[in-house]
Design a protein around this ligand. Structure first.
Ligand code: GLN
Length: 489
């Protein structure tokens, strides 16, 4: 093996462990050493599960020694976003509110990874309760972009994207409510897929906005995204919104054949709001499809202008309901100075929720309050239906939609954190995909002059992740350059 073990893809690691060329323990040790070497600068990991990782790896090796067949992710080292419930360690959602919370159960996706013989290295950073686009809203620490330590990794799954990109783990699970897998994947230069709403169980994912949240992988290759999605997807009796679907073979969908593929370009996405350098990178990516026989078609998503407003009404409304449970009684921080019940609520919540979370709870409570419900929440639901209709119409003319993932490359710490609106605009190309419950993937498509990654977003029809992954894989294999390794490497 020439490539250092920590740069191997999940599929390469799995193959090597299954064939006995390397042990899961060696893989785990190599990654723990890697984390020791770089995480002091990247700060992706919030909890390092050294003993747990070695214990899980030893269990995989023991299974191999008994001659048992190993799972599809045998020995693959994983970092879990802080909002997946795990019996081991804490599930803090990067919030003071849950800093000591120990979940009594594992999320379904966590269980599925473990059953596939993956190895958990620990948990990784995120924006508090997944609200944000830079991971600056974490109450735990500041995660850096491995391409430039002065820049943000994106968010909310910033720890996931940074850890994967810096070679600290081959795979990380994130969640995406409005772009939180795709946007950090774009800003860090890795692959991130948000599956169709209902594809993956949300059981044990601490809820932000329940009609938008989906779980998905961040990886360094499209193949690893397909491999992981095959493992984590499927109907779950514990999540009524998970869909009953035929057994998937996303790995098998990566045929390298895009003949007949129609790629739609939404004219509303290629405007002045898009940074010229990002535009150029994305247009070069589209040229790869054009040059290889795909049909490029013009499509229109006329309601795009309303997406941010609609998203920030719906997600805050749902968040205000979901976060009501963190009251210091059943869950969460309870302020020691509270003398009355009312005081307990007020002091606990204002002390333990950060400013962005408080802002969203207040906004959400407002749009749901009597008198404003019709004017804001109900209206937003109606426009959400129109946004979905736009996509339905576009998908009559094309099979996938191509766009930038983010309007700009990564930015410096503090440059947007005082201006929530500017931060919200980071999600302009990703949130409609959640509102319309569609699958979307971000694939790296080059580096800017400043050496920061750009990302191509592909959007698919509901439950057509196979087409999406095939198209993304084709581009990755034919883009004609290698993204290289971030300087932190
Ligand atoms: N950045 C968006 C927000 O702040 C999306 C977050 C997410 O997808 N969890 O809400």
């Amino acid at each position: 093996m020439t490539k250092e073990l920590h740069w191997k893809s999940a599929r390469e690691i799995r193959d090597a462990v299954q064939s006995g060329a390397v042990s899961a323990t060696q893989i785990a040790q190599e990654h723990l050493t890697r984390i020791d070497a770089v995480d002091g600068r990247v700060d992706a990991f919030t909890q390092l599960w050294r003993d747990k990782a070695l214990e899980m790896a030893a269990a995989v090796d023991a299974k191999a020694a008994r001659g048992e067949t190993l799972g599809a992710l045998a020995g693959v080292p994983v970092g879990l976003k802080e909002l997946f419930c795990t019996r081991h360690g804490k599930t803090s959602c990067a919030s003071k509110m849950l800093e000591n919370f120990e979940s009594p159960y594992d999320a379904t996706v966590v269980k599925k990874l473990e059953e596939a013989d993956a190895v958990f290295l620990g948990k990784v950073n995120m924006d508090e309760f997944a609200m944000g686009s830079s991971t600056e809203n974490s109450a735990i620490k500041t995660t850096k972009n491995p391409w430039n330590l002065k820049c943000v990794p994106g968010g909310s799954s910033g720890g996931s994207a940074a850890a994967v990109t810096a070679g600290e783990c081959a795979l990380s699970l994130g969640s995406d409510t409005g772009g939180s897998i795709r946007q950090p994947a774009c800003l860090c230069g890795c692959v991130g897929i948000k599956p169709t709403y209902g594809r993956v169980s949300r059981y044990g994912l601490v809820a932000f906005a329940s009609s938008l949240d989906q779980v998905g992988p961040l990886t360094r290759t499209v193949e690893d995204a397909a491999l992981t999605l095959d493992v984590i997807c499927g109907k779950d009796v514990m999540d009524a919104t998970s869909a009953v679907l035929p057994k998937t073979d996303f790995m098998g969908a990566l045929t390298g054949d895009i003949s007949g593929l129609r790629v739609g370009l939404p004219r509303e996405y290629f405007t002045d709001a898009l940074n010229p350098e990002m535009r150029e990178k994305v247009e070069c990516a589209i040229d790869v499809y054009r040059a290889n026989g795909a049909e490029i078609v013009d499509v229109s998503l006329p309601c795009s202008d309303y997406a941010i407003a609609v998203y920030y009404i719906i997600c805050t409304a749902e968040a205000s309901a979901n976060l009501a449970r963190f009251d210091g009684v059943r869950y969460g921080f309870r302020h020691p100075d509270a003398k009355t019940v009312k005081d307990m609520y007020a002091l606990s919540k204002s002390d333990a929720f950060g400013p962005e979370v408080q802002r969203r709870i207040m906004l959400g409570t407002y749009v749901l309050s009597s008198g404003y419900y019709d004017a804001y929440y109900l209206k937003a639901q109606k426009v959400r239906a129109l946004i979905k209709k736009d996509f339905d119409a576009a998908f009559e003319k094309c099979d996938v939609i191509a766009s930038p993932t983010s309007p700009t490359a990564s930015f410096e710490f503090g440059s947007k954190s005082d201006n929530p609106l500017e931060m919200y605009l980071s999600d302009i190309y990703t949130i409609s995909v959640n509102l319309a419950t569609l699958p979307g993937i971000s694939v790296p498509c080059g580096l800017t002059d400043a050496g920061l990654p750009a990302g191509l977003q592909l959007i698919g029809r509901p439950f057509e992740e196979d087409t999406l992954l095939r198209a993304a894989h084709f581009y990755e294999q034919n883009r004609g350059f290698d993204m290289g390794r971030p300087p932190v490497a």
